[in-house]
Design a protein around this ligand. Structure first.
Ligand code: LCS
Length: 405
């Protein structure tokens, strides 16, 4: 048993130690990778008792595995939730939490700006199952309340939206959710703790694509759902383990835990670099608009100051001016991306490497064009995941690419 009282230590200490204790068999400090499909029983009686949950223990890695469990306990502690179930991807987490909370005939109120994959789930998969979805601008809590009807079971949104960096007042929307007996599920992928802790503001469930900042090294696809113990047990048993069958591999869980030990340090540095990049872009003669919650020009800067713990994420969206040397914003954007040397043209985010992409043709290509435009995902919009390189080098890279327009 760990001697540390996790409630009595600071965030950085908690993230390193939560969920991970020296291995009981060997004393290994680093949680071993239990790369096994199945677990042996001494007797048939012991197996039967573990299957019926009369005694605790692992039986088969789809239903539970010690390395995966360590990751789950670490993520539950990270978000301050009762329990967590890990999944093979962020989409696995979104699918499992929704299947756990809504049934045919139910209704979801969903933020209008969400990752393209989530958009397909909400626009196609949910309606195919007979579940209605209403999209709302979650920057306006009153719009969220207006969209609730007697069939609404879930309000779902991204805490900081992909790709336009809009914010929702979680505390206000949580009050509305409670008033109407609706569960609030938020995707906190863009703003993990120490930036934002949605459960503390009243959300019922948090999901993450741990592929991003939580693992933070660009070498894993993974997800987690954090929420009340009893609900997580149902989501795990019925959906992650059964119909979806999407637990992570123990090796991936090991990598994510390894990444999490430096999460606070990395996140602070990502945010510091992003703030500098955002200020640089805002001053650039080639740039029309910069979307970054840390800038005074962001329409929700005051909410960002209140909600985001002094760190404004490592993500920026921006649009180049039309008619730079006769090019449209879209053509200029393409040329600009193609001439960068340090920033890689790639989707995903939260990696040590700076990544830059074009949402309209990549991450949000599956969103209908008119819906993209309604929420500001123009053809000229560029999304930047600011990495951990020296920011002076990133600015130099941008300068040389702008000069080639
Ligand atoms: N939620 C958000 C906010 C995301 O950005 C993504 C993926 C997911 C969920 C799904 O997670 P995954 O299954 O990929 O682990 N976002 C991506 C993006 O913006 N670029 O590439 C993937």
């Amino acid at each position: 048993m760990s001697k540390i009282d996790l409630n009595d230590v600071m965030f950085e200490t908690m993230v390193i130690h939560a969920g991970q204790e020296p291995d009981k068999g060997t004393g290994a400090l680093s949680t071993p990778i239990f790369q096994t499909s199945t677990f042996c029983f001494e007797t048939v009686e012991e197996g039967a008792a573990k299957f019926s949950k009369e005694i605790p223990g692992y039986v088969y890695s789809r239903g539970g595995n010690p390395t995966n469990r360590a990751l789950e306990l670490k993520c539950a502690a990270l978000e301050g939730g009762e329990d967590c179930v890990a999944t093979a991807s962020g989409m696995g987490a979104i699918g499992a939490v929704l299947l756990g909370l809504v049934k045919t005939g139910d209704h979801i109120v969903c933020g209008d700006t969400i990752y393209g994959g989530t958009s397909v789930v909400m626009r196609t998969n949910m309606p195919d199952l007979g579940i209605d979805v209403t999209f709302v601008d979650t920057t306006k809590p009153e719009e969220v309340e207006k969209a609730i009807n007697e069939k609404t079971k879930v309000i779902y949104f991204e805490t900081v939206t992909n790709p336009t960096l809009k914010l929702a007042d979680i505390e206000e929307i949580a009050k509305i959710a409670k008033k109407h007996g609706v569960k609030l599920v938020v995707d906190n992928t863009f703003s993990p703790p120490p930036i934002l802790s949605p459960l503390k503001l009243g959300a019922d469930f948090v999901i993450h694509s741990v592929t991003k900042y939580i693992n933070g090294h660009g070498d894993v696809i993974g997800g987690v759902i954090i929420g009340p113990k009893d609900d997580i047990a149902v989501i795990r048993g019925n959906y992650v383990t059964k119909i979806c069958g999407t637990p992570p591999s123990p090796f991936n869980s090991y990598l994510v835990m390894r990444g999490m030990k430096t999460l606070p340090i990395r996140v602070r540095e990502h945010c510091k670099n992003a703030m500098e990049m955002a200020e640089y872009l805002e001053k650039s003669e080639y740039v029309k608009t910069v979307y970054y919650p840390g800038l005074k020009s962001h329409p929700q800067h005051e909410l960002a100051k209140k909600m985001l713990n002094g760190m404004y994420t490592g993500m920026i969206a921006f649009e180049l001016k039309d008619d730079v040397k006769g090019l449209s914003a879209f053509e200029a954007g393409k040329k600009f991306l193609n001439n960068l040397k340090i920033a890689s043209i790639a989707v995903s985010l939260g990696d040590p490497d700076t990544l830059i992409e074009h949402p309209a043709s990549m991450t949000h290509a599956s969103v209908p064009p008119e819906s993209r435009l309604e929420v500001g995902i123009t053809d000229g919009l560029i999304r930047l995941s600011v990495g951990l390189e020296n920011v002076k080098d990133l600015i130099k890279d941008f300068e040389q690419s702008f000069a080639k327009l």
